[in-house]
Structure formats: C-alpha cells, structure tokens
Design a protein around this ligand. Structure first.
Ligand code: ACK
Length: 222
C-alpha cells in the first residue's frame, strides 16, 4: 500500500553531530579562503571557471544542508538494492548508533567541494553490497577497480546547478588518477596539509591531521 511505498528513506548515512559540523564548516571555509589567494590556484583559474576572472570560492559553492556521509541512496525504495540494504542486519543493528568518521582530505573541483571519508572495517559493514555497481560511474569507468568505500565523502558545497551526487563522482575521478599513478603537482604545503593539483580544476588537500567526526548512523526522508 501507500504506506509501504514511503517506508524507505531518501538515503541512509552518517549524520555529523552539530558541534563537529560547525568546526568543519569553519575549517573548510578557511581552506577555500586560502586556496583562492594562492598563485597556483589563480594560474589554473581558466580550468576552474572557464574564464581567467577571479572567483570567490566561498560564494561559488552553495551549502547543501546537513553534513553527512551517504551510505546508501534509496530514493524512497526506487533505487536498486534499497530494500535489501534496509533489511541488512548490520544496518538494523547500527541504526541510531554514533560512529567516529575520519576525514582525511578535502577536495575541490569546478563542480563540487567535499571531504574524503576513510572508513574502518566496522564502518564498511554498512557500505552497500552493491557498492561495486555504484562505482560504475559512466564518466569514471576505471573507478570499478578502486577499493570498497572509495566513494565515501561528505559534500561540503556544490556549484550552482550541480547536484550533490556529483561530489562522490568527482572524488572517484581523483582517486582513479592517483591509482593510475598520476602524482599530480604538489603545489603547496599549507598549515592544514599538502595541496596537490590533478589537472582540469581538481585540487586535493591531504590533511596533516585527519578530522575525527562523530556521526549518527541514521536515515533522511526529506
Ligand atoms: O552529497 P551526497 O552524498 O550526494 O548526499 C546526497 C544524498 O544522496 C541526497 O541526495 C546522494 N545521492 C543522490 N543520488 C545518488 C545516487 N544515485 N547514488 C549515490 N548517492 C546519491 C547525494
């Protein structure tokens, strides 16, 4: 019946607790502010905005709501494997529990701004079994050979007109380049860590100290 149809959420994921949300918003805004002023960034502006004009990154990326790391996008049951995921024992057992997520890197592309999440073995239990299928992103064919959970991220902002689903795809693109042996161009030692440029507007900041983010495993209905 109709009740059944709405019984699955838009997505499952880890929702960052509010105290750490504020800290991450501050850190990420500081990073954007600094990135904006770097000569190396200005040199590649054309890749980024299509114009050589300056961009205000803090304005360029629009916030996308509560900070979270999606595990399974269910689309209210319409997504493939949604029901199976919701019925997994690990999902039921962990629902409502607090986990410690490790944010190891920040990345910026002309489309999205995000944080990479490095999942533990325990956290990978909540990663969908069909994640390999999810990695088969048309635009990133090589992503299929990346380790499970590679797509795990927190979306921090999207350019105008860009959907948040793009953040994970952008991360897979960067990780694919790394896996293919592209070292990127190490452009800067920042206070937060090492900044690397991977071409066509793709920037990755490896954090010196990963951010530990307490997060509640739950779901979002919208
Ligand atoms: O930033 P995100 O991880 O990207 O969080 C949002 C959330 O679900 C609600 O839209 C993510 N999302 C949307 N569509 C998909 C999809 N097809 N596969 C995986 N994640 C998705 C989006």
């Amino acid at each position: 019946g109709p009740l059944e149809e709405v019984s699955l959420p838009l997505y499952f994921g880890w929702f960052l607790l509010s105290s750490i949300q504020d800290k991450i918003k501050c850190t990420s805004m500081d990073f954007l502010k600094t990135l904006d002023t770097l000569e190396a960034f200005k040199k590649h502006l054309i890749d980024f905005s299509g114009k050589a004009e300056e961009v205000d990154l803090e304005q360029y990326f629009q916030p996308t709501g509560i900070l979270h790391c999606t595990t399974k996008f269910c689309n209210y049951g319409k997504a493939e494997g949604a029901k199976e995921y919701a019925e997994k024992q690990a999902v039921k057992d962990s629902y409502g529990s607090i986990f410690d997520l490790s944010l190891g890197a920040l990345f910026v592309t002309p489309r999205t701004f995000g944080a990479r999440v490095s999942l533990t073995e325990e956290q990978l239990q909540l990663w969908p079994a069909d994640a390999d299928a999810e990695k088969q992103v048309e635009s990133v064919p090589a992503a299929a050979s990346l380790p499970l959970g590679s797509r795990a991220h927190v979306t921090l902002g999207c350019a105008e007109g860009v959907e948040p689903v793009q953040t994970g795809i952008d991360l897979l693109e960067i990780l694919t380049l790394q896996q293919e042996g592209q070292q990127g161009e190490q452009v800067e030692e920042m206070e937060l860590g090492t900044l690397t440029y991977y071409g066509t507007g793709k920037w990755l900041l490896n954090l010196r100290e990963p951010i530990s983010a307490p997060a509640c495993f739950s779901s979002f209905y919208g």
